[in-house]
Design a protein around this ligand. Structure first.
Ligand code: E4P
Length: 224
């Protein structure tokens, strides 16, 4: 399973990249706004900076909602860097644009997906990635991980090539459950990724190993 980081924050992208496990980045208009990236030029420059930091797919979301405008905007985004993946919302014109991008060799990520039916449409339209938002599904009293399992089963039966990119991750457990459910990729904020590292028995075990090794060294030094 590939690991993407879901942020536009350069320090966090760098921290995940330095861990050596990062395969890509996803952003969205809210995440760009959170970093104070305003205006088309600044946004384009920020995407380029991210692409230069991480050698992997970088999702850049369109703001247009009509097919012709989505295509024009997507072409501009794709021209920034070969690793840009155009992120397109799951709406009727988005599906039409996904098909156009697929026919014209531009990589896409179909975003704002909340049902298996939407995931089937994204795959039929040739999206490279489909992004079900599991945290937001959990928030609305459904089970996000169940949706990942359902999509994984459908894609396997139907032989769809679209990769399942589990998004809206809120916890380390979400990441583990997505791996178990057959997700191809997760995109997560930094905290849940770092949360995977933690176990109290690891900390206690390491403290004991280091203490015993120190005792041994002291005993050796005293014996000399
Ligand atoms: C996906 O690509 C989105 O950027 C993201 O995962 C949305 O997550 P949120 O529900 O935490 O905003």
């Amino acid at each position: 399973m590939k690991f993407f980081i879901d942020t536009a924050n350069l320090a966090q992208i760098k921290e995940a990249h330095d861990l050596g496990i990062l395969d890509g980045v996803t952003t969205n208009p809210s995440l760009m706004a959170k970093e104070g990236i305003k205006g088309e030029d600044a946004v384009m420059q920020h995407y380029l900076t991210i692409c230069e930091l991480v050698d992997g797919d970088v999702s850049a979301e369109v703001l247009s909602t009509s097919v012709d405008e989505i295509i024009e905007e997507g072409k501009k985004l794709a021209a920034i860097h070969p690793n840009i993946v155009v992120k397109v919302p799951m709406i009727k014109d988005g599906v039409k644009a996904l098909k156009w991008f697929s026919d014209n060799g531009i990589k896409t990520n179909c975003t704002l997906v909340f049902s298996a039916g939407q995931a089937i449409l994204a795959a039929k339209a040739g999206a490279n990635y489909v992004s079900p938002f599991i945290g937001r599904i959990d928030d609305s009293n459904w089970d996000g991980v169940e949706l990942i399992k359902q999509i994984a089963q459908i894609y396997k039966i139907q032989g769809y090539k679209t990769e399942i990119l589990s998004a809206s991750i809120r916890s380390p457990l979400h990441i583990v459950k997505c791996a178990e459910a057959g997700s191809d990729v997760i995109t997560s904020p930094l905290e849940p990724i770092l949360g995977l590292l933690k176990h109290p028995l690891t900390d206690l075990g390491l403290a004991k190993f280091l203490e015993d090794a120190k005792k041994m060294r002291t005993e050796l030094a005293t014996a000399k």
